[in-house]
Design a protein around this ligand. Structure first.
Ligand code: PLP
Length: 423
């Protein structure tokens, strides 16, 4: 089919056919989860009485904005928790995470991260690296971290000691841009019960970015006190134009709201302008959009493994986020791969990405992204630093046909340059 529209060589088409056949049972499980999460979403919309009047949006202070309040309730219902703060005026996932950290931590408190080094953008927030003006460290919040074991799994035995005296115990579900395994819901549940039994008062906070709707439950189902994510990733469904969320215990959401707006006003203010309809629609679509992104990742994993590249995770491994890493082995391989992904983008397909110096990175980085929303990584995108092992981190795909096409064009680009180990 695809050869009617794109130049894909017969040997690659054959490999793709075989890869897709291998993926069928995995796709089946992904569809079943999407169906489950789709019912969960629909029932939450119905239970919360969502109506067209909720899409209108407010201006100015945004007092009494029923659309905003109802959307919070929908998210809290879907995430099985007491309350939520889903707002277009979170500028990014990092901003939502920062709001949650500053919302609950006070001078003299200790924050402990139990999943090794947190995502890059959090390091200046904590004060672990320079440049974070007004970071937690400047406000007298202590930070410590429990490293992962050499095999990349959590150090369960170290948890009881590590959480002693901590105000916040912090976990990151997704691997982010590392080669460790992501934390499955089973693993997160096990970590939460260990934290609870050693320090019942600790606030358990989970960076849920890239994880939403991949499994049937979220960390809040397993007892996390707060989960945080970005709306230009999974829960925005490729439709929300910007924003983020914090969801969890009502008393903590109130603290976070007072940080996002101002003490004394909290959740009572914040106009929604014209953003509500897209936030509702994006959230509603999120389970099936996440399924498309997952199928794209699984297909890429199967095909590229067949072509002789090391992939992580394997196509049939359990997943809890939408990230796929592929080792392209050489600078030429990484560049050819990202250029191929770009050729299959609905937006800016005519652009050729090149490795470039990026602030905060010690080597050049190449990025492929042609998205409706700037920087949205629920849309097919790939990037990687120009250093060993020349790995690309691949994520997104708001429809499976477009995701599959992007992967095939990337594979073709590698073949055209003679960079494929297996054929
Ligand atoms: C994307 C992401 C964040 C936040 O990043 P933003 O680019 O600020 O939205 C934080 N943690 C993880 C694991 C992420 O994937």
């Amino acid at each position: 089919m695809i050869e009617e529209f794109f130049p894909v060589s017969p040997s690659l088409l054959q490999a793709a056919k075989e890869a897709e056949k291998q993926c069928a049972p995995v796709f089946n499980r992904i569809d079943e989860n999407a169906e489950y999460n789709g019912y969960k979403m629909l029932s939450a919309f119905i239970e919360c009485g969502v109506s067209e009047s909720h899409f209108i949006g407010s201006t100015g202070y945004g007092y009494g904005d029923r659309g905003r309040e109802t959307l919070d309730r929908v998210l809290a219902t879907v995430f099985h928790c007491e309350d939520a703060l889903i707002r277009h005026n979170f500028v990014s996932g990092t901003h939502a995470l920062t709001t949650a950290l500053f919302g609950v931590l006070r001078p003299g408190d200790t924050l402990v991260c139990l999943s090794g080094t947190p995502y890059d953008t959090l390091l200046p927030v904590l004060g672990v690296v320079e440049g974070g003006h007004g970071c937690l460290k400047e406000f007298g919040v202590q930070y410590r971290q429990l490293d992962l074991l050499p095999d990349g799994t959590p150090d369960f035995n170290g948890i009881p000691q590590a959480v002693k005296g901590a105000k916040v115990a912090y976990l990151q579900r997704s691997r982010g841009y590392s080669l460790r395994e992501s934390l499955s819901m089973d693993t997160i549940a096990k970590m939460i019960s260990l934290i609870r039994s050693s320090n019942p008062d600790a606030i358990i906070m989970v960076d849920n970015c890239y994880g939403e709707f991949v499994e049937r439950q979220e960390p809040t189902h397993a007892g996390a006190d707060l989960i945080i994510g970005s709306l230009i990733k999974n829960p925005g469904g490729g439709i929300a134009k910007t924003g983020g969320y914090i969801a969890g215990r009502a008393d903590l959401i109130e603290l976070c709201a007072c940080r996002l707006t101002a003490p004394g006003v909290g959740k009572e203010v914040g106009c929604t302008l014209g953003e509500l309809r897209e936030m509702y629609l994006g959230l509603f679509h999120a389970p099936t959009v996440v399924a498309s992104a997952l199928k794209t990742a699984v297909f890429a994993s199967a095909l590229l493994a067949k072509m002789g590249f090391a992939v992580s995770p394997a196509f049939d491994a359990p997943r809890t986020d939408i990230i796929q890493a592929v080792r392209l082995n050489t600078p030429e391989g990484l560049t050819a791969f990202c250029q191929g992904i770009q050729k299959g983008a609905p937006i800016d397909a005519f652009v050729t990405p090149e490795p470039w110096d990026m602030p905060g990175y010690d080597s050049k980085v190449i990025m492929a992204a042609g998205a409706f929303t700037l920087g949205a990584s629920i849309e097919l995108s790939a990037d990687g630093p120009m250093r060993e092992p020349y790995a690309a981190w691949l994520q997104g795909g708001i429809t499976y046909p477009s995701g599959k096409a992007g992967i095939l064009l990337a594979a073709q680009s590698l073949m055209d340059k003679g960079l494929v180990p297996n054929f």
